[in-house]
Design a protein. Sequence first.
Length: 507
Amino acid sequence: MLLTISCTRPEAAGWPATDLGFLLHKNPSRIQTFEQSYGVAHVFYPEADADRCTAALMLEIDPVRLVRGKSKGTPEFSLAQYVNDRPYAASSLLSVALSTVFGTALHGRCAQRPELAETALPLRIELPAVPCKGGPEYVERVFAPLGWTVVATPLPLDPAFPEWGDSHYVRVELTGTLRLADALSHLYVLLPVLDGSKHYWLDTNEIDKLLRFGEGWLTGHPEREWITRRYLTRRHTLVRAALARLAELDDAEPEELDAIEEDADAEASDAAAGSEAEAVPEAVPGTADAVSGEVDERGPSLAVLRRQAVHRALLEVGASRVLDLGCGQAALLRELAPDRAFTEIVGVDVSMRELHIAARRLRRLPEWQSRRVTLRQGALTYTDASLKGYDAAVLMEVIEHVDLPRLKALEHAVFGAAAPGAVVVTTPNSEYNVRYDGLDAGVFRHTDHRFEWSRAEFAEWAGRVAETYGYAVRFEPVGPEDPEVGPSTQMAVFTQQRNDSDEKGAA
């Protein structure tokens, strides 16, 4: 299995093409070998001079290692485990090697020459054999929208017998001017997509990998649904969850996330190999795209509309000091930071990983914006005296992630203990789910949702909370409003009621 990456000296550049070695963290002057769970990876440079440099990654696959640990009772226990195309054709094995051998480059880091990591380079990538049952046009469909010029040549079943026709393998040549990190991320995701299978067991962590290495290009790709289905080998539950999360990331910036470590034990087994894949319904033109919350005529995503609605609600209640409770990766914080109406913005989340990503994103803001934003770790079901006294708090797509028995604890911590002047709450409208193709009855939009409420259920909850803690509440739709089932997202704006004695005391 072979991959070559060539770089020519960029025009007007003051550095040679051999600086590709700095980006890959592999010295062009020597051969390096890396043990893998399934064989050995070699990195060497067939050519390396000032005008052109080529790095080669060659995998020697040991078929015996691939099946080590499998019992005789597994469905795929047969000669096919030992006699297959894995030693020769680019597949998920090559993606794993990219993440382990070129992991630093894949994540866009270059300590010695950081400017190189951000430079678009003239690249040429060659893969002698890529499995692609859809034919060369599928290679074009997935790589061309990313800025590549694609040449995909079918390989004959046997050159000695041309009448046998072409195989489902193609030789792939990609040329383009891109950052090396982007090029590697394209290969990491799309090689298993073209193959349509993986050599290890898939679980929900695979969704995180797809979103991590697809950030910056997957959400806007015209074939994103097809890519998602193929990357997740048509596992219906995983695909549905991934599409829902992609909808929430439609306007997210690419992030340099932590490097992943492939589990060598998991790589040795895929119990579902050869089983019949579940089909995912296609989107119907002019209707909501499967669980994404968008229609084919793409306007602003639901995630964008939701943040804009919350922003307007905060301005309407006159808030200047704001809490974003369950801030996640700082999407709303970055929406609010440029508005000088907000003098202090605090993001609170229970996940240190989410806060770590949020902090990196906030560092990209101008200093005058970021200095008004702070992050804190905290569980929303526990009271925190430091959160008391703010003008407003936001629970944007948060309450549905809380177990129902714990929801009253959250109500007390937010409305009772913190008691901000206003609280803005958004949550999915379960009635709207019937407008999503492929979302079965009773299935939530996100696998982590503990519940999803109808408009009546949300109104009942909001009314009880308002009465208990002395707030008035009004409701607003978010996104296009269907005449029968309402909006996709429902929003409640709570404002604290002050009695006469409170006003006299304040005076």
